[in-house]
Design a protein around this ligand. Structure first.
Ligand code: AMP
Ligand code: GLY
Length: 431
């Protein structure tokens, strides 16, 4: 099977790493790929959102399966273009991808189909926001409607704080994502967990749970980022809770998609808040998470390429690949200015020589005369497997120290508390 992975971050590095190990994968391409994918795939100099360019190249290379990494590719209709041309795609069309690309669409969809989620109001102007916030009690989460690379959500203590955020956004015409619609959402409390479900258009099945760390600093302090680390499986999340997610969330989602004539093919990332009444959806993503993918791929055994192809073909066969019980922990090494600024780094060492069970995945980067130029921001995700979370965590941080010593720059920082103190359990309360 000849496979194209669209995207060029650490998620796509991890996806190509696993696909390259799949017995059925005979040729692998990445567009645009990065310094990591360059070692196992042919990188194409082509933007992840250039559907026309990608299709032309894919047809010339007789690609059998396209795997969509980033949300921007889905929102740009890259999936539609390939499907229309008869190429198998893992990843939804633009329309079903609105579950991620429009938070208003996703919220209304959940309301129509009884998917548990935080109550919300939609506003389009500061005046409307002031009215909506007039009698608001408790915390408010302010969410810009469109894709905003993690910058469109602000969690606020109260209505006054939310009003200040909205004042800034509307006054300077700077609602993240470029639209005008903003969702004002009830702030929920509980434990966060991400559940990854595979959907072939007919069935939807939970694959794994993971937890990620969005804040820049230890102890969940500092600004929001694209993600500073992750681990899987989710601590304190017993297998029977997948049944609860299936029943309360995935089932209604699938029935809702069918009722609305939407076909969803790919992975549905359910960002959940496990409240005292059970799970509530705080976001959907229409793709694998970053950095969650970097901790899921090392746990996959079997022919991952065939699994994704079976999903793309509408005939999902979960027996093709399984998930190890082992735990995996991933730590993101970022530049010191991240997330305020992305500072490029040049001349990094591509040969990080990690021990068995460990891996390092490059973020946005390219090989240049045998060295790595990183575009800045999240430079590497270092992962390790272990018999349990604690073993994986210790091993991951040993590997982080080795990478930090070998990579050829001291300008990288990382959180030291990924997967530490993961006590507590999720419980399926009656809603
Ligand atoms: P999102 O970009 O939608 O994933 O939101 C970023 C983060 O904001 C989430 O990981 C949560 O920590 C937080 N968040 C989003 N929605 C809510 C909510 N309704 N209640 C509490 N926290 C939320
Ligand atoms: N880890 C969060 C995301 O991929 O959106």
């Amino acid at each position: 099977m000849r496979i194209l992975v669209v995207g060029g971050g650490a998620r796509e590095d991890a996806l190509t790493w696993k696909l390259a190990q799949s017995p059925s994968c005979s040729a692998l391409f990445a567009a645009p790929g990065n310094a990591g994918t360059a070692g196992r795939a042919t990188n194409w100099e082509c933007s992840a959102t250039d559907g026309k360019g990608l299709l032309a190249r894919a047809q010339a290379e007789a690609i059998d399966l396209v795997v969509l990494g980033p949300e921007a590719a889905i929102a740009a209709g890259v999936g539609d273009r390939f499907r229309d041309a008869g190429v198998a795609v893992f990843g939804p069309n633009r329309s079903a991808g609105r579950l991620e690309s429009s938070k208003v669409f996703a919220k209304r969809f959940m309301e129509r189909h009884g998917v548990p989620t935080a109550r919300a109001r939609v506003v389009r102007s500061l005046d409307a926001a002031r009215v909506a916030l007039g009698d608001w009690r408790g915390g408010v989460v302010v969410k810009a409607d469109g894709l905003a690379a993690g910058k469109g959500v602000v969690v606020c203590e109260d209505a006054a704080a939310a009003g200040a955020v909205l004042g800034q956004w509307y006054a300077s015409n700077a609602v993240p994502g470029g639209g005008a619609d903003v969702l004002l959402e009830e702030r929920l409390s509980g434990r966060e967990v991400s559940v990854f479900a595979l959907c072939d258009g007919r069935a939807i099945v939970p694959l794994a749970a993971a937890c990620d760390y969005k804040r820049a600093g230890n102890g969940d302090t500092g600004p929001n980022t694209g993600g500073m680390g992750a681990y899987s499986p989710a601590a304190g999340f017993p297998a029977d809770l997948f049944d609860c997610v299936r029943e309360r969330i995935l089932g209604p989602v699938l029935r809702g998609l069918a009722a609305e004539g939407e076909e969803y093919v790919g992975v549905l990332y359910c960002g959940l808040m496990w409240t005292e009444r059970g799970p509530a959806v705080i976001e959907f993503n229409a793709r694998f998470g970053d950095p969650e993918t970097q901790v899921l791929m090392p746990r996959v055994h079997g022919d991952f390429a065939r699994l994704l192809k079976s999903v793309a073909d509408g005939a999902m066969d979960l027996s093709l690949a399984t998930l190890a019980r082992e735990a995996c922990v991933g730590v993101v090494l970022a530049t010191e200015e991240y997330p305020q600024r992305s500072t490029p780094l040049h001349g990094l060492n591509p040969a990080l020589d990690l021990a068995d069970g460990c891996a390092a995945f490059w973020g946005t980067s390219r090989l240049n005369a045998g060295r790595v130029d990183a575009a800045g921001g999240r430079v590497l995700t270092v992962t390790a497997l272990g018999d349990d979370l604690e073993a994986a965590r210790l091993r991951a941080y040993r590997a982080v120290k080795e990478v930090a010593a070998r990579v050829g720059t001291r300008a990288l920082t990382y959180r030291t508390d990924i997967a530490a103190g993961t006590g507590g359990t999720f419980s399926p309360q009656e809603g």
